[in-house]
Design a protein around this ligand. Structure first.
Ligand SMILES: [Zn+2]
Length: 356
């Protein structure tokens, strides 16, 4: 009974997610007005909105204008139904199952919005992040709170640094413009100080630079030319300062992640520039960083497995689909789902393979 219920719930939620995916990037309400045919604008009745079945009964065409309906709609419904069904096999009815359903629904919405718009909306990435932290804090599910927080910061910090080095190489080591008041420069600073002085001090120094930068209106940061090349050196020198390598790496990722997620939150909610004022270029792309941070809140260290699976799936599908350019979000979401349900099993199998 329970798996069947989960399947039907998933189909219905998938139908709602179609609305979210369509309207959220346009800044429209997801509850009002009622659904209409995107082609002819005719209001849809209950018989047009039965998940998957309406599409099949109507043979993929609008009842009113007979123009084709995108197969995306039944696909999203079937996918969500399938994912909820999968979750019901792992979790009995209860609060935990409900949270896992929410986790999956957020990921489906994020993946398809990224396909459509090449953007991961902040309300969804931060929503997923805070939901994971909150649930861990209140219920110790999906993780003990400390693991959820550390996982989130380290995952975001790790990907922010990968992005930092990537951009640095692409610019051929030329210094990029530092953002005011906060941007990747302070994230890289936090990583360096975190590696040498621990996450607390590393984060504090970078937040200080952010505050000074906001106060003076000029970027207060060390150049990437300094921080990025020094970071690997800091890991090597850490033992001389009484930190072991792993501690140093962890400190660096925690500090960088803290800055990246706090900075992203600032840019998401900053007051809009006044009329006539020059619109600043939107800083800190970081959509994938925030998504991986959110996954970290749910997966802990397994977020890195999600990242690895995402890169692997992306490379594989990139080879198969050749011409189609896809954003990274859907692969990360896929990696996240696989790591959430099968992470421990995969990791165990990998260790057995190594004979550990
Ligand atoms: Zn129509």
């Amino acid at each position: 009974m329970w798996p069947l219920f989960a399947l039907f719930l998933g189909l219905a939620v998938g139908s709602f997610l179609n609305v979210v995916i369509h309207r959220l990037p346009r800044g429209e309400s997801v509850v009002y007005p009622p659904s209409r045919c995107p082609q002819c604008g005719h209001r849809l009745g209950p018989w047009d909105l039965v998940p998957v079945l309406s599409y099949l009964a109507l043979k993929g065409r609008c009842r009113y204008c007979a123009r084709p309906i995108s197969p995306r709609y039944p696909l999203v419904e079937a996918l969500t139904g399938g994912l909820f069904l999968l979750a019901s096999l792992f979790y009995p009815p209860g609060v935990e199952a409900l949270l896992v359903f929410l986790f999956l629904a957020f990921l489906v919405a994020l993946a398809f919005i990224d396909v459509d718009t090449f953007e991961l909306p902040d309300p969804l990435t931060y929503g997923l992040l805070f939901l994971g932290l909150l649930a861990s804090w209140a219920l110790a599910f999906p993780l003990p709170f400390r693991e959820s927080l550390d996982g989130s910061l380290m995952a975001a910090g790790g990907l922010a640094l990968v992005a930092g080095y990537g951009n640095f190489f692409l610019r051929r080591f030329r210094e990029g413009r530092a953002e005011v008041p906060v941007g990747p420069h302070q994230v890289h600073m936090a990583a360096l100080f975190g590696a040498l002085l621990g996450p607390g001090v590393g984060m504090a120094l970078a937040f200080l630079a952010w505050a000074l930068s906001a106060r003076t209106g000029r970027a207060v940061a060390l150049p990437d030319r300094l921080t990025l090349p020094l970071l690997p050196l800091a890991f090597l020198l850490a033992p001389a300062l009484g930190l072991d390598f792993l501690e140093s790496l962890k400190g660096s990722l925690l500090a960088a992640g803290g800055l990246a997620l706090a900075g992203g939150l600032y840019w998401a909610f900053r007051p809009l520039p006044e009329e006539g004022e020059e619109e600043e270029p939107v800083a800190m792309g970081y959509g994938d960083v925030k998504l991986l941070g959110a996954l970290g809140a749910w997966l802990g260290p397994y977020a890195f497995l999600a990242l690895f699976l995402g890169v692997f799936a992306g490379a594989l599908l990139g080879l198969l689909l050749r011409q189609r350019k896809l954003p990274f979000g859907p692969y990360l979401a896929l990696g996240g789902v696989v790591a959430f349900f099968f992470g421990e099993a995969l990791w165990g199998a990998y260790l057995r393979l190594l004979g550990v």
